[in-house]
Design a protein. Structure first.
Lengths: 275, 289
């Protein structure tokens, strides 16, 4: 192996590492900039900017209603999606029936259809009272729409958790000891798959907190969620205030990623959400 | 005694029946959710898009009206461009994470997966603090080369849009490629190298065929996310770059022409759903893990 070949190889390797470092910078720099802008007082004056928490105090006070509503919606969405998604995933994995694979494929539809299409469709159907139910502009409609958009994530994580354990053997031994279906499910199956359910739930919480595309079409001025307030804030607030509001979100996402990484050893692998 | 036995058996049978039907009963809520909040809305949009007098007129307009056609082509062009850039960059990152062992790997994975669960409008704000008038890159350029911030500000418009979409799709593409690289048999690569194959030809003939499914799902995922993007574009390119989702929004808001907007929405849905299910159907690939 000639010397020049070796040095050529090294250049290639260095270029490779440079690209990776550039990508990591590209991902982290905007986040760090937002965090920095959120605590910087003013630019004028010396080279060292002043530190302040004023922006946070200001935006939390001005946006306490949207923050509270988003937290409530996200909690309700998480509970609802786990309650309806986990049994559905169990049915799909446990029972072999006609159209099983078709239903599996259909279950990811809310991820595949653009949020704006779902949003306009929902507002056309439920923007007026139907079947004697008036959901227009209600928090309930936002929760239901968020549940539709996020439930595929619970189904996916629960199905892969179920497929990774030998649940048939577990079920049989529980049954032979006299446990009924409910007892078997909650006391034997769930403890084996709760990490999958939990990481799905954390993801649902984060996605619901950040959902914009569907909510934008169905919210009313009385039901403004945090991303909708964020949208208005980015257009009207100062850089510092908007960055403080954005940092609150970064905090939520950060906590949920740490949680998911702690819960499951594979970390966040499910891809989804929309922009 | 015999009567008692029969009762026990009958009870067992009825419990058995409940147990068999329970999972089905528990699946009814989710079926209702999908039917009422996905099926019904989509069906209604489809119906609105085809008025009785001229059922296909709105669909003809999508391709014949230059305004709509340009939006469609613009969206396709932007999505193809961002997908290519994201997947090429993701190949580097995924190779690095999937093939190398180093301390702090979990941290790198966490950093890369960070934008995946960021809301789209936050991505837009991230672009504004980078490329906007008070963005740090803009300020840096002003500091280095002089001039005004407006000269270098690129956040609002096509460049901001391209960077914002890449910010969102690059991590997704990386995540779908990491497991492909992790499952790659390193013996193959070493064998090819020891037989004298260059790095490039090893990649082309040995690695590429192995990771093709991962690339496929990365491409499909990035492309469909870009086609569907709305919130980010609304903040960054509203009135500047008329991509298809923004066009749908402006048709709804400006003219209340729900028939035309529904036809555009149906076309957009067919594209994103078509590419995701087409990939699964023809290549057997899973887009969402």
């Amino acid at each position: 192996m000639s010397r020049s070949f070796r040095s050529k190889l090294d250049t290639g390797l260095i270029a490779f590492y440079l690209v990776c470092v550039a990508i990591l910078l590209f991902i982290t720099l905007p986040i760090l900039t937002i965090l920095a802008y959120s605590v910087i007082g003013s630019f004028d004056g010396g080279l060292i900017p002043s530190f302040t928490l004023e922006h946070y105090a200001g935006v939390i006070e001005a946006n306490s209603d949207p923050i509270l509503l988003s937290l409530q919606v996200a909690v309700a969405t998480t509970i609802l999606t786990v309650a309806i998604g986990v049994p559905a995933a169990y049915t799909l994995v446990r029972y072999d029936f006609r159209f099983n694979s078709v239903i599996r494929e259909l279950s990811i539809l809310p991820m595949a259809i653009p949020g704006i299409v779902i949003g306009i469709g929902i507002v056309r159907v439920w923007g007026v009272p139907r079947l004697g139910i008036d959901l227009a502009g209600s928090t309930g409609l936002i929760i239901l729409a968020h549940s539709l958009f996020t439930v595929p994530f619970v189904i996916q994580t629960t199905m892969s958790a179920l497929e990774s354990i030998d649940f048939r053997r577990l079920e049989e031994s529980a049954r032979s000891l006299g446990a009924g279906w409910a007892k078997t499910f909650f006391l034997v199956i769930v403890p084996h798959i709760y990490t999958g359910i939990l990481s799905g739930a954390v993801l649902v919480f984060a996605l619901s907190m950040g959902e914009f595309n569907i909510t934008f079409f169905i919210y009313s001025s009385l039901n403004t969620t945090l991303p909708i307030a964020l949208f208005g804030g980015f257009r009207t607030a100062t850089v510092g205030e908007a960055s403080a509001l954005a940092s609150l979100f970064i905090g939520i996402v950060l906590v949920s990623i740490v949680l998911i990484q702690t819960i499951s050893d594979t970390g966040l692998r499910t891809s989804g959400g929309n922009i | 005694m015999s009567i008692f036995n029969r009762e026990v058996t009958e009870n067992r049978v009825s419990i058995r029946k409940i147990e068999e039907t329970l999972p089905w009963l528990l699946s009814i809520p989710i079926a209702g959710l999908y039917a009422l909040f996905l099926g019904l809305p989509l069906a209604l949009l489809f119906l609105i898009s085809m008025p009785a007098e001229e059922p296909l007129a709105n669909y003809v307009a999508v391709f014949a009206n230059p305004d709509y056609r340009n939006s469609l082509l613009l969206s396709l062009g932007i999505s193809v461009f961002v997908t290519i850039v994201s997947v090429i960059l993701a190949l580097f990152m995924a190779y690095f994470i999937g093939r190398r062992d180093f301390p702090g790997k979990r941290l790198i994975v966490a950093i890369i997966s960070f934008p995946v669960s960021l809301p789209g409008i936050l991505v837009a704000w991230a672009i504004i603090v980078m490329l906007g008038r008070s963005g740090i890159i803009t300020q840096l350029l002003v500091f280095l080369f002089g001039g005004s911030a407006a000269q270098y500000s690129n956040a609002f418009g096509i460049i901001g849009l391209l960077v914002g979409y890449t910010y969102f799709t690059l991590p997704r593409a990386t995540m779908s490629l990491i497991s492909s690289f992790e499952n790659l048999n390193s013996d193959l690569e070493e064998a090819a190298r020891s037989l004298g194959a260059s790095k490039l030809s090893t990649f082309r003939h040995v690695i590429l065929p192995e990771i093709a499914p991962g690339i496929g799902s990365a491409v499909v995922l990035s492309f469909s996310v870009c086609m569907a993007a709305f919130g980010t574009a609304l903040l960054l390119a509203s009135g500047e770059v008329p991509i298809l989702p923004l066009k749908i929004y402006s048709v709804v808001l400006g003219t209340y022409d729900y028939a035309a907007a529904s036809a555009l929405a149906v076309v957009l849905t067919i594209i994103t759903v078509g590419i995701i299910y087409g990939y699964t159907y023809f290549f057997g690939g899973e887009v969402y893990e």
